[in-house]
Design a protein around this ligand. Structure first.
Ligand code: BGC
Length: 740
C-alpha cells in the first residue's frame, strides 16, 4: 500500500512539472513535448501538426494493417494486436497509439477466444424492429463500453446496407429495407458507440447486398436510384453520428471495385457528404495502389499488399503524390483526435456482465415482433401443460454467424462443454434456454420438450398439451446467402403437423430475414424473435406471458412467396471464384473476373417494390401487433421548409403499450417515385385510454428526389400526400398539401 501511495505522489509531481500552463506543452514518450497533445486545439490542427513531423515510413505505417492468417502476409508486429480483426501499429515517438479494431455488430466478437466476455445483443435487424433511437443509442453505447473494456479503440460494426435482397446472408447484421429507418437507427447506434470514445465505422459501402460472389460481383444501378436507396442510409447515418470511419465493400459498383471507386469514395462520401474520417477497405477488398489512393481509399486491411512498399515506391516515383498520402494520414489522425481515442485511450477492465444482460434482454423485448395473435397470447399463468418444440429449444437460441459472431459464454449451447468454441461456418446457439424460461413462468405446469426431429412425435406431444410453442429457426452468416426464404430442415412440415394436432400452436421464429409461412393460417400466434442475443429466451417468455407488451414493428417486408421478390434467384458467379487454399487471397487481390447483377428495381426496395407492383404480402413493412389497440385521429400538416405532421394517437385497449406511429408520403406524379415512402415516425408510450398529440417533423430531404442533373436533392413543387398509421398498409389518416 505504501509503495502505491508513493507512486501516485511521484506521478502527480512529474505530471505537474511536465504540463506547462502558459505554453501548450504536454508530456510524451522520451520526455519530448508534443504540441498536438493539447486537447484545446481542433482535431484538424492536431492532425496537421503530427503529419508535419512524420517520415514517409511512419505515414505508410498508419495506412495499412499488420495482417490476418489466410488473407495475405502477417507481420511479426501483429503479435502486439489485441486479438481483433485489425491492428495498426502506432507511432510511440509521436505519441500516436495503435489502432485496435474489433468486429462488433451485435456485440464484441472473438472475446471468448481472447479469454474475455462480451454481451450478445439481439441481431441488428431486431434492433431496427424497435424503431427506437434511444434503444439504438443504448445498444451502441454497450458495445462501445465493452470494446474499451477489452482494449479496443475501433469498432467494425455499423452495417447499414439495406435489405434489397432478403436472402442476403448478412441481413441480420443490417437494419432493414428502408433507408431512412436504417440510416436513423445506425446513426443513433454509432452515436452511442462513439460517445464511449471508440472509432465507429459504417459498412459495407456500398451495395454489398448479396454475399454470393461478393469479391467479384459488379452491381449495376443507376445513380438516382442508388442515392435514394442504399446510399441514403449511409448519408443519414453519417449525418446523424459523424461516424469516423467507413468501410468500403468487396463488390464492384458500376464497373469499379468499391474500394477504388472514385464516385463512391470521393465524389459522394468525401465531397458531397463532407466526410472527414477515413475509408478502410474491407478485409482483402483493396485491389490497387495508385488507383485506390486517387479514388479515396485511405487505409488497407488487413495487410499491406498495396499500401505498404508499393505505396512507398509509388510516392518516390511520383506516381502517387505525397499530398495524397498526407491526406490519408491526416484523415486517420483527425479521426483519432476527434473520436477521443488519443485523449481518453481504452483501459482494460471487467465488463458489467449483469448490466449488459439486462440491456440485451430489454432490447429483445422491444425487438420481437408479434405477427399474428388469434387471442392465444398472452398466455395465462394458470395454464396446465405446454409442449415446447423445436431444434435445441431446450438449451439455446441461435445467433448470426461470420465476422459478427459473438462468442457465447461457455461455448456453443448445443455442444458438450469445452467443445463449443466458435468456428467459421458453424451455427452457434446461445445458452439462453426457451424451455427453462418458460418453465420459470409456470412452475406448477407440466412443460415438456420435443426437438421436432420427428414431426410425428412432436405432434403427439402437442396433442396432449394445452398449448404448443414451436421454436423455428433459419441460420444466417457472412459469406453465404440463404438458399431460400423457407425454413430449413423440414420445419414447415413440423409446424404444420404440430398445428394440425393442436390448433393452439404458437410459433416463435429465430431468423435474420423474412421467411415464408405455408402454415400461417393453421397456427394461432406468431412471434418473430430474430436472433435474440444473450438473454433472448427470458425476453420471449416475458412477451409470451404478457409481462411485456410487444411494441416492435417489421423493418422488412415478409413476402407471400419468393416469386414476388424483385429477383427470382440470387445471381451467382459463373464458377467458384475463390479458392480455399492459402494463396486464394492473391487471386482475390488481383481482382476476380466480374459477373453482373442488375438492380433494375432501383429505388423500389422492400415495400416500395410490393406497393409499386401491386403484390400482396404476408406481413407488410412497419407491421406489428400489441396486446392493446390504438386509434389515430386529427391529422394536421403544417407546411414549411420541413413540414410538421401532427396527429393524435389513443390507446383504445386495456394495457399500457408503446405504439410506433409511422408517417409516409407520396410525392407528386412528376417525381416518378413508388407509391409511398416512410418519412418519419414516433414511438409513443400510452396508458390504457390515454391520448397523445404527436408531431413528426419531416426533413425536406426525405421528401425530395435525387437529381442527377443538379447533382443534389431536389424538392419538386406539387402535391404531397401524408399518410399516418400503424403500418405501411394501415394508414387511416391522409392529407394532401402543396409544397413548393
Ligand atoms: C467482413 C467485414 C469485417 C472484416 C473483418 C470481412 O470479411 O466483410 O464485415 O469487418 O471481415 O473481420
Amino acid at each position: 500500500m505504501r509503495t502505491q501511495i508513493r507512486h501516485y505522489f511521484l506521478n502527480a509531481v512529474l505530471f505537474s512539472i511536465a504540463t506547462c500552463s502558459s505554453v501548450p506543452c504536454f508530456p510524451q514518450s522520451g520526455g519530448q513535448t508534443h504540441p498536438w497533445m493539447n486537447p484545446t486545439l481542433s482535431p484538424d490542427d492536431r492532425a496537421s501538426l503530427v503529419v508535419k513531423k512524420m517520415t514517409l515510413d511512419e505515414k505508410i505505417t498508419l495506412l495499412h494493417g499488420t495482417g490476418m492468417e489466410g488473407l495475405g502476409p502477417v507481420s511479426p508486429l501483429a503479435a502486439q494486436s489485441n486479438g481483433g480483426a485489425g491492428y495498426v501499429v502506432g507511432i510511440p515517438r509521436l505519441g500516436i497509439p495503435a489502432i485496435q479494431m474489433s468486429d462488433a455488430a451485435y456485440g464484441v466478437c472473438k472475446s471468448g477466444e481472447n479469454g474475455r466476455y462480451s454481451t450478445a445483443l439481439p441481431a441488428n435487424v431486431g434492433a431496427a424492429a424497435s424503431w427506437d433511437l434511444d434503444a439504438a443509442y443504448a445498444y451502441g453505447a454497450l458495445i462501445g463500453r465493452e470494446l474499451r473494456a477489452q482494449g479496443y479503440n475501433m469498432s467494425l460494426g455499423g452495417g447499414v446496407d439495406i435489405t434489397r435482397e432478403p436472402r442476403n446472408g448478412r441481413t441480420f447484421e443490417y437494419l432493414g429495407e428502408d433507408p431512412i429507418l436504417a440510416g436513423k437507427m445506425v446513426g443513433a447506434l454509432m452515436k452511442g458507440e462513439q460517445a464511449q470514445h471508440v472509432i465507429g465505422d459504417l459498412k459495407h459501402y456500398a451495395f454489398n447486398d448479396q454475399e454470393s460472389g461478393r469479391t467479384a460481383v459488379n452491381v449495376n444501378i443507376d445513380q438516382r436510384a442508388g442515392r435514394e436507396s442504399d446510399l441514403l442510409a449511409f448519408e443519414i447515418g453519417l449525418e446523424d453520428s459523424n461516424a469516423a470511419a467507413v468501410m468500403c465493400s468487396y463488390n464492384r459498383v458500376n464497373g469499379a471495385y468499391a474500394c477504388e471507386n472514385k464516385y463512391l469514395l470521393t465524389d459522394v462520401l468525401k465531397k458531397d457528404w463532407k466526410f472527414k474520417g477515413f475509408v478502410v477497405s474491407d478485409w482483402g477488398a483493396t485491389h490497387s495502389t495508385a488507383k485506390a489512393s486517387a479514388a479515396g481509399l485511405d487505409h488497407e486491411e488487413p495487410a499491406w499488399i498495396f499500401y505498404g512498399n508499393d505505396l512507398k515506391k509509388a510516392v518516390e516515383s511520383g506516381q502517387v503524390p505525397l499530398a495524397e498520402v498526407d491526406e490519408h494520414v491526416h484523415r486517420i489522425l483527425w479521426t483519432m483526435f476527434a473520436s477521443g481515442v488519443i485523449d481518453d485511450p481504452p483501459r482494460k477492465s471487467v465488463v458489467d456482465v449483469e448490466g449488459g444482460l439486462e440491456i440485451a434482454q430489454r432490447m429483445e423485448e422491444q425487438s420481437a415482433v408479434l405477427l399474428k395473435n388469434d387471442g392465444q397470447l398472452p398466455l395465462d399463468a394458470e395454464i396446465h401443460s405446454i409442449a415446447v418444440i423445436g431444434p435445441h429449444a431446450d438449451v439455446g437460441m441461435i445467433s448470426g454467424g461470420g465476422s459478427a459472431q459473438v462468442d457465447p459464454p461457455g461455448g456453443n449451447a448445443i455442444m458438450p462443454p469445452g467443445q463449443g468454441a466458435t468456428e467459421w461456418g458453424v451455427p452457434i446457439w446461445f445458452p439462453t434456454s426457451p424451455l427453462k424460461s418458460i418453465r420459470a413462468k409456470v412452475p406448477g405446469a407440466q412443460v415438456q420438450f420435443n426437438s421436432g426431429s420427428d414431426p410425428g412425435s412432436a405432434a403427439a406431444l402437442a396433442k396432449t398439451a394445452d398449448v404448443a410453442i414451436v421454436f423455428a429457426y433459419q441460420w444466417e452468416s457472412e459469406d453465404m446467402d440463404l438458399r431460400s426464404l423457407s425454413l430449413p430442415e423440414n420445419q414447415d412440415d413440423l409446424i404444420a403437423k404440430v398445428a394440425a394436432a393442436n390448433p393452439r400452436t404458437i410459433v416463435v421464429l429465430e431468423t435474420g430475414s423474412p421467411v415464408t409461412m405455408p402454415w400461417v393460417d393453421q397456427v394461432s400466434a406468431i412471434l418473430e424473435a430474430w436472433y435474440g442475443g444473450s438473454r433472448g429466451s427470458n425476453a420471449v417468455a416475458n412477451i409470451l406471458f404478457g409481462d411485456v407488451n410487444p411494441s416492435a414493428k417489421l423493418p422488412v417486408t415478409f413476402p407471400k412467396s419468393e416469386a414476388d421478390l424483385p429477383h427470382l434467384t440470387i445471381v451467382k458467379p459463373p464458377k467458384k471464384t475463390t479458392d480455399a487454399d492459402s494463396q486464394g487471397w492473391r487471386r482475390t487481390a488481383a481482382g476476380l473476373p466480374a459477373f453482373q447483377v442488375a438492380y433494375d428495381e432501383g429505388v423500389k426496395v422492400g415495400y416500395k417494390w410490393y406497393d409499386a407492383e401491386n403484390k400482396p404480402v404476408l406481413f407488410p413493412f412497419g407491421y406489428g401487433l400489441s396486446y392493446t389497440t390504438y386509434s389515430y385521429a386529427n391529422l394536421k400538416v403544417a407546411v414549411g421548409k420541413n413540414p410538421r405532421v401532427s396527429f393524435t394517437v389513443t390507446n383504445t385497449g386495456s394495457r399500457a403499450g408503446a405504439e410506433i406511429a409511422e408517417v409516409y408520403a407520396s410525392l407528386p406524379a412528376a417525381a416518378a417515385e413508388p407509391p409511398k415512402r416512410l418519412v418519419g415516425w414516433s414511438k409513443v408510450k400510452l396508458d390504457p385510454g390515454e391520448s397523445k398529440e404527436v408531431t413528426v417533423e419531416v426533413a425536406a430531404k426525405y421528401l425530395s428526389i435525387f437529381s442527377v442533373e443538379k447533382d443534389g436533392w431536389q424538392l419538386l413543387p406539387g402535391e404531397y400526400t401524408f399518410m399516418v398509421g400503424g403500418s405501411s398498409q394501415n394508414l387511416p389518416l391522409k392529407e394532401a398539401v402543396t409544397l413548393r
